[in-house]
Design a protein around this ligand. Structure first.
Ligand SMILES: Nc1ncnc2c1ncn2[C@@H]1O[C@H](COP(=O)(O)OP(=O)(O)OP(=O)(O)O)[C@@H](O)[C@H]1O
Length: 289
């Protein structure tokens, strides 16, 4: 389920107004015997950046995947623009005004950067996804418009000079920018970002933060991210998960000052330290024993 699902009502049309609100309520997800999410609720308000944070294994990616329809919750309710969603196919995301970037970059290796971004523009191009994908636009005019939109998106991401290159020949941070251009070119009302800053250098992360803030007038954003400074800088609201449960929610300031959050992260750090100590003992044993 998720915005990928068909609305149970009749409205499938584009609505970029203030009703563009994603609401997930009482979400439970079980993978076999593992409870990945227990009674989690989260609302992405129109025009806001909502951060989703938590230590490793907290359930962030699972909730993100619920929001984009890749994981079907065991129970719970998802509404998008006031319409309850039921089971749907990922191909419907764009039509519903939702775009996402996943942890992996996910570009098509056999297509140029420009063609990759053109694929993302199909929501607005009359030529349609299949035509764009097969490079068979229904008309020269359609193709020209599609190209112009894609170039504009690449320019916004400062990646226009790579338009004719193939993704595999580009550094990882550039590939990430192209993936973001592909998501933005559809002009979504909701942008879902899963760890967009991973693998980025400090200055690139700063640029990413500015970019996220710059699109907020046009869309809302759900951001899963480990880099706390980025999250605290760009988010209006934050939900914190730990072991599949929501342990805090609020503004960056509220969340930062919440003892439950400190404890969850501290616990994680202490575990990591213990693991590291254990590892160094093992290593020491092997080397010197
Ligand atoms: N497909 C799956 N099958 C079984 N268990 C899964 C699956 N996906 C996730 N899990 C489990 O669900 C829990 C939540 O995982 P999830 O990846 O959502 O956490 P996360 O907060 O995104 O972690 P990280 O920050 O390490 O990416 C973990 O215990 C994980 O092992």
């Amino acid at each position: 389920m998720g915005p990928l699902a068909q609305p149970t009502g009749s409205q499938l049309t584009h609505d970029s107004g203030p009703t563009a609100r994603l609401e997930m309520t009482g979400i439970n997800v079980a993978f076999g015997g593992v409870l990945a999410l227990t009674d989690v609720s989260l609302v992405v308000e129109p025009g806001q950046v909502h951060g989703l944070i938590g230590p490793n294994g907290a359930g962030k990616t699972t909730l993100f995947n619920v929001a984009c329809g890749l994981v079907r919750p065991t129970s719970g309710r998802i509404t998008w623009r006031g319409e309850e969603m039921r089971r749907l196919r990922p191909s419907q995301l764009t039509k519903l005004g939702v775009a996402r970037t996943l942890q992996g970059v996910g570009l098509f290796p056999g297509m140029t950067v420009l063609e990759n971004v053109m694929v993302g523009a199909h929501r607005h191009g009359k030529a349609g996804f299949l035509s764009a994908f097969l490079a068979l636009p229904s008309s020269d005019k359609d193709e020209r418009l599609l190209r112009e939109r894609a170039m504009r998106a690449l320019t916004e991401l400062n990646a226009e000079r790579y338009a004719g290159r193939y993704p595999g020949s580009l550094p990882y941070p550039v590939q990430k920018r192209v993936a973001l251009a592909r998501a933005l070119v559809a002009e979504p009302d909701l942008l879902l970002l899963d760890e967009p800053a991973s693998g980025l250098a400090e200055d690139e992360m700063h640029e990413l933060g500015e970019l996220i803030r710059s699109v907020v007038g046009r869309m809302s954003v759900l951001l899963v991210e480990h880099h706390m400074d980025l999250v605290m800088r760009v988010c209006d609201q934050i939900t914190v998960l730990d072991s599949g449960k929501q342990i805090a929610a609020g503004t960056p300031e509220q969340v930062q000052n919440d003892p439950a959050v400190t404890e969850a992260y501290l616990g994680d750090a202490v575990d990591a330290e213990a693991d590291a100590a254990e590892l160094s003992n093992v290593d020491g044993g092997r080397t010197h024993g």
